[in-house]
Design a protein around this ligand. Structure first.
Ligand SMILES: [Zn+2]
Length: 498
């Protein structure tokens, strides 16, 4: 079920400036609070009172949206650096690196929400795979105190080349084998505050479930209580004592983690992410924000600190059915009948292109006819070490790499994709030329000076509305059955519909 829910674009940005000090030359402090996967419009005084208050009393950026719907690392790279993904090379959560990453399990398609994997990719690409300055790196160069606390992956990204030497980093891996080390100062301060040196695990919230077993019904409360305590009781007092300005990033895994793993609707799309578990995840993130604000008040820092709240992307429930996919007509041990299996895109393309399919998450073993690749990724071609085509599976959209930049192969791939009912937008590398039914990748900011390989095709999966209760958006004019509802509209790359 981990991939059974897809994230969509909808972000909220609000800002508070408590004192009218725009003219004041004194540097202000900043807290960037990211409720991962939060749909902006679900925030009300009832669902998320702390966020609603900041929005309603502060500045509300009503037209903000994610740069790349659905993926944490992609949007995190933009939030950390101010650059489009074409520059950051962080095209999704799973990317093709062109070399086999050991810490990711010896695969060319690593899942990069992992500190060891990020370190490995940095090392491979001359010490800095992002190849852009990050805001925490710039802030500490200007004498600010800096910290990043929260979800594994995006948290480290904000100062990934420093790896905890100057910027305080607390994420899921802190205190574990692959975690970024704590400084002696932090260890001492945590101990003094009676807080463990190891991050509290997610516990029940990490249970993703599967096609037979529902996932979790608990929000990520215990882990985030630890992180919020570290921020409120250790980091903010430490920053105050230093008497220097600071930047703190707090990346709340909720509601994203609870929405992914929700056990509220097994193999059905309702209530999906509108169920009680997701709502508890939203409230959990909101409680963390309230705790940070209370700490600022108590420390006398509220008037000198701006708080910016922005989700990285929104979220939507996914349906796994398809009438056209050859992969859905095969039966698998772990997939309900007529449902798309993990790796459906790789399986369908292998058939359509008549290319052998290998599993990059299983030592490049050939994928048998009634099996699917373990993590959904696939390498296609006669020689898996020199693939003709690579599928990096992610969820709401997948990435296709054609390392040889073969235009004919791209053309055949696009034609095969356009026959599938699960395909919506297709975005193609400008260098390959124009293809009917697709848009150039540059329109999404996906072309740039990235040092990691650029994908040749981005496949956006189709979405539709399951109800009409939300107000429609006038700008939404794509093929959406029955009603143009906000959520469905947001499912499509915003840049493409302007
Ligand atoms: Zn996210």
């Amino acid at each position: 079920m981990h991939r059974s829910i897809v994230l969509l674009s909808a972000s909220l940005i609000t800002l508070t400036a408590n004192a009218a000090s725009a003219q004041n030359a004194t540097p202000r402090n900043l807290i960037l609070f990211v409720p991962d996967g939060l749909r902006g419009r679900i925030v009300t005084p009832q669902t998320a009172p702390a966020m609603a208050e900041v929005r309603d009393k502060g500045v509300n950026f009503r037209n903000s949206h994610s740069l790349f719907p659905t993926f944490t690392m992609a949007n995190g790279s933009a939030m950390a650096s101010g650059h489009y993904l074409g520059d950051t090379g962080t095209f999704s959560n799973t990317i093709y690196t062109g070399y086999s990453s050991g810490p990711a399990g010896d695969t060319v398609v690593p899942f990069i929400e992992n500190d060891a994997v990020l370190g490995d990719i940095d090392e491979h690409f001359s010490g800095d795979y992002l190849n852009e300055e990050t805001i925490l790196k710039m802030a500490r160069a200007k004498g600010f105190s800096t910290a990043a606390i929260g979800k594994l992956g995006p948290t480290l990204l904000f100062d990934h080349t420093d790896r905890g030497k100057n910027t305080i980093v607390i994420d899921d891996s802190t205190g574990g084998k692959t975690g970024v080390p704590l400084s002696d100062e932090m260890k001492e301060a945590l101990t003094k505050a009676n807080l463990p040196l190891v991050t509290t695990p997610r516990g029940d919230n990490s249970k993703a479930g599967d096609a037979k077993t529902p996932g979790t019904t608990s929000a990520n409360v215990a882990q985030q209580a630890y992180m919020a305590d570290v921020a409120a009781k250790v980091v903010l007092p430490m920053f105050k004592a230093r008497n220097k300005p600071f930047v703190l990033v707090f990346w709340s895994r909720d509601p994203d983690g609870s929405q992914h793993n929700t056990g509220d609707s097994l193999n059905t799309i309702t209530p999906g992410i509108n169920g009680p578990t997701s709502m508890a995840g939203i409230r959990n993130a909101d409680n963390n924000l309230a705790q940070l604000r209370k700490a600022l008040d108590e420390l006398g820092l509220a008037a000198s600190t701006n708080i910016m709240i922005s989700s990285d992307h929104g979220f939507s429930t996914i349906s796994k059915e398809s009438k056209t996919s050859p992969s859905a007509k095969i039966s698998y041990d772990d997939t309900p009948k007529d449902f798309l299996p993990m790796g459906f895109l790789a399986i369908d393309l292998a058939k359509a292109l008549n290319l052998p399919l290998f599993d990059p998450n299983n030592k490049n073993a050939a994928v048998a006819d009634n099996a699917h690749p373990r993590a959904g990724n696939g390498v296609l071609g006669k020689d898996p070490t020199k693939p003709d085509l690579v599928v990096a599976t992610n969820g709401g959209s997948d990435l296709i790499y054609i390392p040889g930049k073969d235009r004919k192969l791209a053309d055949r791939t696009i034609k095969a994709l356009l026959e599938q009912d699960y395909v919506s937008g297709l975005f193609v590398d400008d260098e390959l030329g124009n293809f009917p039914g697709t848009l150039p990748m540059s329109q999404l900011g996906l072309k740039g000076k990235a040092v990691t390989p650029h994908p040749q095709i981005v496949v956006n999966f189709r979405s539709w509305s399951s109800g009409c209760e939300s107000r429609p958006i006038a700008r939404c004019r794509l093929r959406i059955p029955s009603c143009a509802r906000a959520r469905a509209c947001m499912a499509v790359f915003p840049a493409a519909i302007r």
